[in-house]
Design a protein around this ligand. Structure first.
Ligand SMILES: Nc1nc2c(c(=O)[nH]1)N[C@H]1C(S)=C(S)[C@@H](COP(=O)(O)OP(=O)(O)OC[C@H]3O[C@@H](n4cnc5c(N)ncnc54)[C@H](O)[C@@H]3O)O[C@H]1N2
Ligand code: MOO
Length: 465
């Protein structure tokens, strides 16, 4: 058993899905076609050749999608109370409204002392309460040299305090003097005013996403409300007469996997989903749904290819839409498209195959929504891949992976119609045409909810009290 096998045996459902490309049964030519993998001697067939002629490269498609959001009509930023700001994006930098801490603070329960010891332990003053100086109380009088007073964590240290001694490191004798049981360093266990920031310091740039930690930081820095960009709105239209919304597949009908998945995924990408609607395979119904929507983005699933009921292209033509991206050289998901509607709003057409739809979501919808919502891009990063990954001869591949010991481990079940890989993935690895060999560094698209396992941020300011 390899180290990798052991690691996944006790894991979270990833084990069956872990790549181990070497262990997969030899791909048949049909498998290779389905995954876009290279087959010996395969050249562009007529249809594929035509598609490729107008398809954008994967990188260009993302750039076009991000840029096309810039000129789009957007609602002005608005102030929202902290308790409603989670998941919104800052429309202005978060500048501290106060020093933090805003006064010299005791980091520990113990004694504030002034000068060298031993110290005369001050009797508790009525104004200080029974525990000495407590957090949240008014400023104490200066501490005379040679004296000590009880102090609580978070309390304001009196002027002229030179150190705080933790209760467990001090003892009082019968004469009422306090003795330190360890050497006392000047300033120890005092958090000086403005240690973390000064009033006016920029804590976060505009474009930062409001996370639970950002809410806490904003509150600590004095904010009651935040100026946030408006979240772009999306109408999701799920096409396909073969789709069931409950129960088991039967008689050629299958469950709609995209209806339940797309809206929450869009919310994680910073959008407000107005509605997810099923639309019959009927060009008129689709035309009405597209043209009557007043969402910033209409997102369709299915119907992007050239089948008899694939209505997206004809409907866009009839609606006078401009195709900004019409097919992308990426597997899965190559029939994805991006259009600007006559209203100036956008439409993203995701292919119906579920993993192809995820590919379209991250290739076109994510950069577009990022720009529409004023969200800063996350720094791109690359990581070495553990196993060999087959490449498509011409197209980029997006392959679900998990992070393991600093490497990207590609997952099985990465076919266009499969969600079993992506369901346990940390992200999608970007495999260039021609494929990747073990150790090659690949670009990574993280999933919004997956933590980056190999975070390299340094803890350089080391302040632990
Ligand atoms: N002649 C060609 N046919 C196809 C091509 C091509 O280049 N030439 N491309 C194939 C690829 S690749 C994809 S991807 C699909 C894209 O098809 P559409 O976007 O038109 O999607 P549909 O035909 O409606 O559906 C495809 C597939 O996905 C299933 N599906 C659709 N919606 C859902 C859903 N909500 N939940 C689960 N599964 C869904 C649908 O039943 C089909 O099996 O076109 C290929 N064909
Ligand atoms: O290969 Mo399609 O683009 O199934 O996704």
């Amino acid at each position: 058993m390899t180290a990798q096998d052991r690691e996944v045996d006790d894991s979270d459902g990833v084990d069956d899905v872990l790549a181990l490309f070497a262990r997969q049964p030899t791909a048949t030519p049909a498998d290779a076609r389905a995954t876009g993998a290279s087959t010996a001697g395969a050249g562009p067939a007529t249809d594929a050749g035509r598609h490729r002629a107008r398809a954008s490269s994967w990188a260009d498609a993302r750039t076009v999608a991000a840029r096309s959001g810039r000129g789009a009509p957007t609602a002005p930023a608005r102030r929202v109370p902290l308790d409603q700001a989670l998941g919104h994006v800052l429309a202005e930098p978060l500048a501290a409204l106060t020093d933090l801490p805003s006064f010299d603070t005791s980091a520990m329960d113990g004694w504030a002392v002034s000068g060298p010891g031993p110290w005369k332990a001050e009797p508790e003053q009525p104004a200080q309460g029974a525990g000495g100086i407590l957090a949240g109380h008014a400023p104490a009088a200066p501490l005379p040299d040679g004296t000590a007073v009880r102090i609580a964590t978070g309390a304001r240290v009196p002027p002229d305090t030179t150190a705080v001694i933790r209760s467990e490191h001090a003892r009082t004798d019968t004469t009422g003097h306090l003795h330190a049981e360890r050497p006392v360093v000047h300033g120890q266990d005092i958090r000086p005013r403005a240690q973390e920031c000064r009033s006016g310091d920029q804590l976060l740039p505009a474009g930062a996403m409001v996370t639970p930690a950002v809410l806490g930081l904003a509150a600590a820095a004095g904010y009651d409300e935040l100026l946030t960009a408006r979240r772009p709105t999306v109408d999701v239209l799920v096409l396909g007469d073969e789709l069931l919304v409950r129960g088991l597949p039967h008689d050629g009908l299958i469950r709609d996997a995209l209806g339940p998945m797309i809206a929450p995924w869009l919310r994680a990408l910073g959008a407000d989903v107005i509605d997810t609607r099923r639309v019959a395979d009927d060009a008129h119904a689709l035309y009405r749904a597209v043209t009557e929507s007043d969402a910033d983005l209409v997102l369709t699933t299915g119907g992007t290819a050239a089948g008899p009921v694939d209505h997206v292209h004809p409907v866009l033509a009839r609606a006078g839409a401009e195709l900004l991206v019409d097919g992308v050289a990426v597997r899965p998901g190559h029939p994805m498209l991006l259009a600007r509607l006559a209203s100036g709003r956008h439409l993203v057409g995701l292919p119906g195959n579920p993993l192809a739809a995820v590919s379209g979501l991250l290739t076109l919808a994510e950069p577009l929504l990022r720009t529409l919502g004023g969200r800063a891009s996350r720094p791109a990063y690359r990581a070495p891949v553990q196993d060999e990954v087959h490449g498509h001869p011409y197209d980029t591949r997006l392959v679900p992976f998990v992070h393991r010991e600093g490497r990207l481990v590609p997952l099985r079940y990465n076919g266009p119609a499969m969600l079993r890989g992506i369901a346990v993935a940390d992200g999608l690895a970007v495999v260039p045409p021609g494929g990747a060999r073990p150790g090659d560094a690949l670009d990574v698209l993280d999933l919004p909810w997956a933590a980056r396992a190999d975070a390299t941020a340094s803890l350089d300011d080391g302040c632990f009290t």
